[in-house]
Every structure is written in structure tokens, then in C-alpha cells.
Design a protein around this ligand. Structure first.
Ligand SMILES: Nc1ncnc2c1ncn2[C@@H]1O[C@H](COP(=O)(O)OP(=O)(O)OP(=O)(O)O)[C@@H](O)[C@H]1O
Ligand SMILES: [Mg+2]
Length: 294
């Protein structure tokens, strides 16, 4: 069975999505792996890093986005059940092995989820709403991916910043998580906050099925953000090494490279569009390091 890996940090804009789509690309392109990217963020950045807005609009019109797989669980429609095989878009950017479940700007309605779980708890005579809610979180993404999990070497889950229902469900389902961070204090706080949340998530599920997610590594991205302040960034990284241990920090760091940001305009990850740039080379090194770690 393949690996399910979530990319998460409470902090926004630290390079989660860029990391997800580029690692997915390197795994498919350089190692012939079969990879699925699942976009869990209603900003749909992962989706728009792999397809144009026009193509996305078409998919959305055809009801072929992740939203319809969530809908299927919250409000099942016996007449037209959503089928994950039809929602997965294969060979993104014409790269064999790189598949995507497109995200949606409107993934789910919290009120509808709460109402459904409330009704469920009444029907089951379960007094403790928290138990029902935790169970739902734990199985939501797991159940959605179940029919296709064995078909992939890697399933990469691109989480939104913060800590919403989708992120919790992703973490409950994943074997590992990658933690991209910028070497700046607030980004580092994002690592600590997520670590604490994951410990709590594991605790709250301990009596049911155990959550076994492990950290795969902290990846410093945009690490030469300001060369003039290089020494300061080194100090911050040093602090992270002290807090988390040197073995948790990935050796490959992703430099600031305008080609990485520009690639989004071509709806293609930089690792595919311009493989000889510094950013691409760093993603390739990181992918190799991740494979060795696994
Ligand atoms: N190595 C890099 N060099 C230059 N620009 C980068 C690099 N990595 C990411 N970026 C740019 O920085 C911005 C934030 O990156 P990205 O969207 O990957 O972060 P994120 O953590 O997923 O953000 P969010 O929290 O909003 O989901 C994007 O515009 C992206 O193109
Ligand atoms: Mg993102």
C-alpha cells in the first residue's frame, strides 16, 4: 500500500501548496510513481497550480470536484452518486502518473455538517456529540479515498492554513505529514501550534481507532528570503533544530526562486516547467531525501 502524506502548517503562505505539487511532480516524473494530489483548501491553489481556471470552471460545472465527494457523505444522493473514479483527473500537465482531485471554492457547509451529525447523534441515542463529531472527522477523508487508495504509491493532501475540519480529517488519515516553514519566528510558531494540535488530536481519538500519523520532516522554504539578514535566518533555523532535533529538519531547503512563483502562470509546477532552475533542483533533492527517509 502507498503512503498518504499531508502538507500542513497553521501559518499561511509558507509554501505548503508549492511543496505539494512539486513533490508530486518529482515523484511521478523522476521516479515513475503513481501520485494523487487532493486539494483540501478552498483557495484551490493546488488545483490552479496544475490546471487553468478555464479548465477548473469546466470541471466544476460538471460537478467533478472534491466538493461532490464530501456531499456524497453528508447528503447522499441515491439517484446520482458521485464516483471518485470520474472525479479524479488523470495525467495533469500531460504527466503520466500525476493525478488530481480538484478542490472547490465551496467545499462544505459547516451548518449542514453540524445538523447532519446532530441528527445522527439523536438517531444513535449518543449523548456525547463530541464522540460523533470525532468519528466523522476521522473517517471522512479516509472513506472518500478508500476505493482508490491502493491504486497510488503516494496520495498528497494539500491542507489549508489554520486547522479546519478538512485538515483534521487529513491528519487523521495520513501516514505522515510534511511541515513547510519559512525561517521566521511566526512561521516557526505555526510549527509548534500544529504539533500541539496533532498531539491533542491523537489524544482525543485514543479510545477509538488510534491515529498513527508521524512527522516526515520540516522543510524550510524561501529560506534565503533576505540575504542581508542571512545570519538572522540561521539563528531562527538553529532554534528549530534545538526544539525539534536535527533529524526532523530536511537537509534540502527550497530557495527563493522567481521561477517557482512564475510557474503558476503556466498552470504547471516549476519542477516540470523549468527543471534546471534552482527551485526545481531543490524540489528534486527534497523528493529524493523523502524517499530515502520513507
Ligand atoms: N521557493 C519559492 N520561491 C519563490 N516564491 C515561492 C516559493 N515557494 C512559494 N512561493 C510563492 O509564495 C506564495 C505562497 O506559496 P504557497 O501558496 O505554496 O504557500 P501556502 O503555504 O500553500 O499558502 P496558503 O497558506 O495560502 O495555502 C505563492 O505565491 C508561491 O508562488
Ligand atoms: Mg496553500
Amino acid at each position: 500500500m502507498g503512503y498518504v502524506i499531508a502538507t500542513a502548517n497553521m501559518k499561511g503562505g509558507v509554501g505548503k501548496t508549492t511543496l505539494t505539487v512539486n513533490i508530486a511532480t518529482c515523484l511521478a516524473k523522476n521516479y515513475g510513481k503513481k501520485v494523487l494530489v487532493l486539494d483540501l483548501d478552498s483557495q484551490i491553489s493546488a488545483t490552479l497550480s496544475l490546471m487553468s481556471p478555464v479548465d477548473f470552471a469546466k470541471r466544476r460545472k460538471q460537478k467533478k470536484t472534491f466538493r461532490y465527494l464530501i456531499d456524497e457523505i453528508i447528503t447522499p444522493d441515491a439517484n446520482s452518486p458521485a464516483n471518485i473514479d470520474e472525479i479524479i483527473q488523470p495525467q495533469m500537465c500531460n504527466l503520466p502518473g500525476l493525478d488530481l482531485i480538484p478542490g472547490d471554492i465551496d467545499l462544505y457547509d459547516e451548518f449542514v455538517v453540524s445538523e447532519m451529525l446532530h441528527n445522527q447523534s439523536i438517531a444513535l441515542g449518543e449523548q456525547d456529540f463530541e464522540i460523533i463529531w470525532n468519528r466523522f472527522e476521522r473517517v471522512l477523508i479516509r472513506d472518500i479515498l478508500k476505493p482508490i487508495r491502493d491504486q497510488y504509491d503516494f496520495i498528497l493532501l494539500d491542507c489549508a492554513p489554520g486547522y479546519n475540519l478538512m485538515t483534521r480529517s487529513a491528519l487523521a488519515t495520513s501516514d505522515f505529514y510534511l511541515l513547510p516553514a519559512k525561517p521566521e519566528p511566526l512561521s516557526v510558531v505555526g510549527i509548534q501550534l500544529l504539533e500541539r494540535r496533532i498531539a491533542k488530536l491523537k489524544d482525543s481519538h485514543e479510545h477509538e481507532a488510534k491515529i498513527n500519523i508521524k512527522m516526515l520532516g520540516i522543510v524550510f522554504s524561501m529560506s534565503n528570503a533576505n540575504l542581508l539578514n542571512g545570519r538572522y535566518y540561521k539563528q531562527v533555523m538553529h532554534r528549530v533544530v534545538e526544539d525539534f532535533g536535527v533529524e526532523k529538519i530536511c537537509k534540502a531547503q527550497i530557495p527563493v526562486d522567481v521561477n517557482v512563483a512564475k510557474a503558476v502562470d503556466s498552470f504547471m509546477p516549476v519542477a516540470l516547467l523549468s527543471p534546471n532552475t534552482a527551485g526545481s533542483k531543490a524540489f528534486m533533492q527534497l523528493t529524493q531525501e523523502i524517499l530515502e527517509k520513507l
